[in-house]
Design a binder for this molecule. Structure first.
Ligand SMILES: *[C@@H]1O[C@H](CO)[C@@H](O)[C@H](O)[C@H]1NC(C)=O
Ligand SMILES: *[C@@H]1O[C@H](CO)[C@@H](O)[C@H](O)[C@H]1NC(C)=O
Ligand SMILES: *[C@@H]1O[C@H](CO)[C@@H](O)[C@H](O)[C@H]1NC(C)=O
Ligand SMILES: *[C@@H]1O[C@H](CO)[C@@H](O)[C@H](O)[C@H]1NC(C)=O
Length: 486
């Protein structure tokens, strides 16, 4: 029955095609963002979710699975990556604890009107060299336990565990420094092999964070234009393939490293990419704007990279500035947001990559600010003891964010008095304008004059109570019901 045979052959071909099509549909197109919460004052989670929706952001990557965040996301169709912080990797090496984590932080939200969880990030850049190997042996067992727990709970086909890794897990050797020579770091090769094989078995993606800014920050001879996407006079040639930006070169180094393990087709998700706007001479709005203006249209056009043309799933880092992040990596660390601390866009940008002015980012709504009062160095302050002034500035800056004062940053042009006022005000705002926090041994006083100078913004902090947010959901609910009853 040749005709029948031909038909079944055709059907088989068709289903293969459909399968292929289906797998590309696994990933909903659209840009994601990272929502970090290490701030002295946070926008209420509900306002952040509204901000995401108002700006057409359909995917979000978290650094935990905080109850108030998850509650705010419930009932939306925003795709969510929840995360297990590095310090939980050790307990999660125990399978029972992994099952408990999945129960408490994942399946608990799997109901109609719950949270649309797509991924669980196991650890955050656990192989960073600065961790001195603390998490190296803990990561693969934690990944395995979490995916197995997801599979056991019956959600493993739609929720995938992955490990967001820093791009320092792979490299190309100095003698052949091209993307096609990419390989994984020798000290973690066995671990990477286990991880990659396991991700493949579970159809989970590899997650990598790529930071062209850090290439520039780490090496003052780095060719600046190569960090952006506008082209360079002399591309780096890899055989016949020209590379004109470090993002493509970095991504393809990973593709090649995966190929050395036999998984050259593994899906790759970019867990973090972005540009900071303050705290370093290369961290400014001009460069950030230039970076996103290059990146976003390329993503919209599904340009991909030379080794991986097509759609790439990407999460920008980050959504909102976080003034309580550690500055160990550098002062820029608190300034990665595409929005300021209060949910105002830092610059006009259409994140769909189509550059339509009517689609530029919009600010968070109904933001509550503290009153318009600032803390400043008194004009009659006794400055005869410079050590006293320096000590008070140091004190303020050890509790508040003074990263805008550093070399090359937005407030680096201030004189000593300006520096002092900036520090005093930052502390005063961080302390919710408590009058006792604007004294500094008699050096400071409260003013209702805006003491901002030029591009250096002396901020007014938001008035949202962060203690309310820390209440467990049920307790907050109970209290609000009681208020209603009274
Ligand atoms: C997740 O679940 C654990 C208990 O297994 C709980 O201690 C933790 O607070 C939850 N949230 C996060 C973000 O891990
Ligand atoms: C790693 O080692 C360095 C040098 O020994 C030390 O300064 C640093 O605190 C260590 N970091 C961690 C996370 O243990
Ligand atoms: C202001 O503060 C910054 C950061 O602490 C410091 O580098 C700078 O030298 C100070 N400038 C003056 C004029 O005191
Ligand atoms: C203070 O003035 C600056 C301009 O120097 C402005 O950008 C900022 O919005 C003002 N702050 C407030 C709270 O009005």
């Amino acid at each position: 029955m040749p005709r029948f045979k031909f038909l079944s052959y055709l059907l088989m071909l068709l289903s293969l095609l459909l399968l292929d099509y289906g797998s590309s549909l696994l990933y909903v197109e659209g840009l994601g963002v990272n929502w970090g919460t290490m701030a002295t004052h946070e926008l209420p989670p509900k306002s952040v979710v509204k901000l995401l929706q108002d700006n057409g952001i359909s995917k979000v990557k978290l650094f935990d699975a905080d109850e108030s965040t998850m509650t705010a996301l419930a009932g939306t169709d925003i795709e969510v990556m929840v995360a297990i912080p590095n310090d939980l990797l050790l307990p999660i090496n125990d399978f029972d604890r992994a099952k408990e984590w999945v129960r408490n932080n994942v399946t608990r939200y799997s109901f109609n009107g719950g949270v649309n969880i797509k991924y669980v990030a196991v650890g955050n850049e656990p192989f960073l060299e600065s961790y001195n190997g603390t998490f190296i042996g803990l990561t693969f067992p934690a990944l395995r336990n979490i995916q197995n727990a997801l599979n056991d709970a019956g959600v493993g086909s739609s929720i995938k565990a992955t490990v967001p890794l820093n791009a320092d897990v792979y490299f190309s050797p100095p003698e052949n420094s091209v993307p096609s020579a990419g390989q994984f770091r020798g000290d973690i090769l066995d671990h990477m092999t286990q991880i990659v094989q396991f991700l493949h078995q579970n159809s989970a993606p590899f997650t990598v964070n790529i930071y062209p800014f850090l290439s520039l920050y780490a090496d003052e001879h780095f060719p600046v234009d190569f960090a952006f996407f506008d082209g360079v006079p002399q591309p780096i040639m890899d055989g016949n393939t020209p590379y004109t930006n470090v993002f493509d070169a970095n991504f393809d180094t990973l593709v090649s490293a995966l190929k050395t393990l036999g998984f050259g087709d593994m899906p790759i998700l970019v867990g973090e990419v972005g540009w900071p706007t303050d705290g370093d001479r290369n961290a400014n709005i001009g460069y950030a704007h230039r970076f996103y203006n290059g990146l976003l249209p390329r993503l919209a056009q599904n340009k991909g990279t030379p080794l991986r043309p097509g759609y790439i799933e990407v999460y920008l880092f980050g959504l909102i500035d976080e003034d309580a992040k550690s500055v160990d990596p550098g002062n820029f660390e608190r300034h990665w947001g595409i929005f300021r601390y209060d949910g105002k866009p830092k610059f006009p940008m259409d994140i769909s990559g189509r550059n339509q002015p009517n689609k530029f980012l919009v600010a968070a709504k109904n933001v509550q600010y503290l009153p318009k009062t600032w803390c400043a160095l008194r004009s009659d302050a006794d400055l005869s003891d410079p050590q006293k002034l320096a000590d008070n500035i140091d004190y303020a800056c050890s509790y508040a964010d003074c990263t805008a004062l550093g070399y090359g940053a937005s407030c680096s042009g201030l004189d000593t008095a300006g520096n002092a006022s900036y520090a005093f005000n930052a502390y005063f705002q961080a302390q919710n304008q408590d009058p006792r926090s604007c004294n500094f041994q008699g050096l400071a006083g409260i003013t209702n004059q805006n003491i901002s100078r030029g591009s250096c913004d002396f901020i007014i902090q938001m008035g949202t109570s962060s203690s309310w947010r820390l209440l467990p959901f049920s307790l907050a609910f109970l209290m609000s019901t009681m208020v209603l009853l009274l």
